[in-house]
Write a protein that binds this ligand. Sequence first.
Ligand code: NCD
Ligand code: ZN
Length: 348
Amino acid sequence: MTETKQITLHRPDDWHVHLRDGQMMQAVLPFTAKQFGRAIVMPNLADPVATSQQAVAYRERIYATLPEGVKFEPLMTAYLTDNTDAKDLAAGFKHGVFCAAKLYPAGATTNSASGVTDIEKLSAVLECMEDIGMPLLVHGEVTDPDIDLFDREHVFIDRVMKPTLNRHQGLKVVFEHITTSAAVDFVRSQGPRIGATITAHHLMINRTDIFKGGIRPHLYCLPVAKREQHRLALREAATSGESQFFLGTDTAPHAISAKEAACGCAGIFTAPAAVELYAQVFDEEHALDKFEAFASLNGPKFYGLAPNAETITLIREAWVVPDSVAVGDGTLVLPFKAGETLNWRLSD
Ligand code: NCD
Ligand code: ZN
């Protein structure tokens, strides 16, 4: 069999990205905008994007930060809180400000302190979303301190996901950044109204990698990587071509000083090599023929959008991921696989 030298596909979208704000956004946005046509922008800024007015302002800041001549569409999300106003949410959705709403269980991850304390309190909001066809994006981890960190996604399925889907039979849900075989099985069992994003790093590392030769703060994210059997289940799901699974990097940049600390932040910065990292995984799995479905078709289909009209080409060619990315304020961010060689490169 001859080796595939290059592949061309509809331009992909990133269905889960943290663009941050200010100088950090200036440093990281060009990477995402260069590769992806659109991205679902996470609302967990230090001051969360909770209202349509805040989303309009944030979207303007993103457009103002885009490099000249780059065509990229940010798809905004609403940060749900115990006090979310269903009317504002629905109006934002109707007017194309919001594409979806994000559920962070309070305390589950970075900037989630104002998240939802009890999903049952959101019943009226979820009913409204169900009526208007607005997708709910879920950070699927319980926050109960008695539940082992590595079990928090699995427990979330039984305690929160199942009852919520039962109460709201018409609600469209994305189970974000899944990390377990239980989540893969669950998503499959629910049919097309539920989708799942899968990150490149969860396809590449398992929990042992986080402790390889010492503690590796740059491999720490939430949900934390799980055992090898789970990584393999994620690889199987992503490369299956099934329409419920799609690309979402969860690229989550933090200054190196915030990661290499006594209490380091969660988040892995994959944006500088996102498409190439995924291409490598699909190549390793002999599934390059399924890459376009995962990266460019399944996500738009779930969200009721057309795939991007333009295409991108990836070439089998070695290149080295940058050692670091400089932020204007003098801090540095470390990309996933910094200094390592990848064998697929996005053609200019
Ligand atoms: C994200 C961040 O830093 O905003 N961190 C992460 O580990 N993924 C938050 C999130 O998506 O959970
Ligand atoms: Zn995220």
